[in-house]
Write a protein that binds this ligand. Sequence first.
Ligand SMILES: Nc1ncnc2c1ncn2[C@@H]1O[C@H](COP(=O)(O)OP(=O)(O)OP(=O)(O)O)[C@@H](O)[C@H]1O
Ligand SMILES: Nc1nc2c(c(=O)[nH]1)N=C(CO)CN2
Length: 164
Amino acid sequence: MSRTVLSLGSNLGDRLGYLQLAVDGLRDALVAVSSVYETRPWGVSDQPDFLNAVCVVDDPGRDEWDWLRRAQELEEAADRVREQRWGPRTLDVDVVVVGEVRSEDPRLLLPHPGTASRATVLVPWLEIEQAAWLPGRGSVAGLLAELPAEERAGVRLRDDLRLA
Ligand SMILES: Nc1ncnc2c1ncn2[C@@H]1O[C@H](COP(=O)(O)OP(=O)(O)OP(=O)(O)O)[C@@H](O)[C@H]1O
Ligand SMILES: Nc1nc2c(c(=O)[nH]1)N=C(CO)CN2
């Protein structure tokens, strides 16, 4: 299976430590990892700011379901508790795209349906893949340019933080 994009987010506890846990757990297939961004929460606004990042991974031996399983294992390793939709969490790992795969199975929607409107995903993704393309929607650069300036302003580079 082809290149896969995963988004990482954390807004509870050791936020950078949880993102690093995810990167460590993806190491065997890791192609690229973005900078870390401090982001204003969307969905539920009354919660702490998130740290967000995006990873590109590639492993011909894994399909989209393997990536979902890996994402959920990483969330469990971060002691994630599912409480409130769009609420605070130690670690969120979303499968953004798996090559050109489309899926309407609610357990695994591909491409991830929120992507086109989330600067928290588009900004770090564009950083590591300048030609990034969201199947069915267009170029990531174009999608980002269409978002309200306020959305993009809510995503701030934290160049003092780094994922190794
Ligand atoms: N592309 C995908 N990546 C990750 N989970 C997905 C995907 N498509 C569907 N899901 C399903 O979404 C369910 C809930 O995921 P989660 O609690 O992380 O949602 P959320 O992060 O609060 O909201 P959102 O999905 O809008 O980011 C999971 O049980 C998972 O099976
Ligand atoms: N800024 C930001 N806000 C969020 C995020 C996220 O990753 N970043 N994830 C959420 C649940 O999926 C809800 N809100």
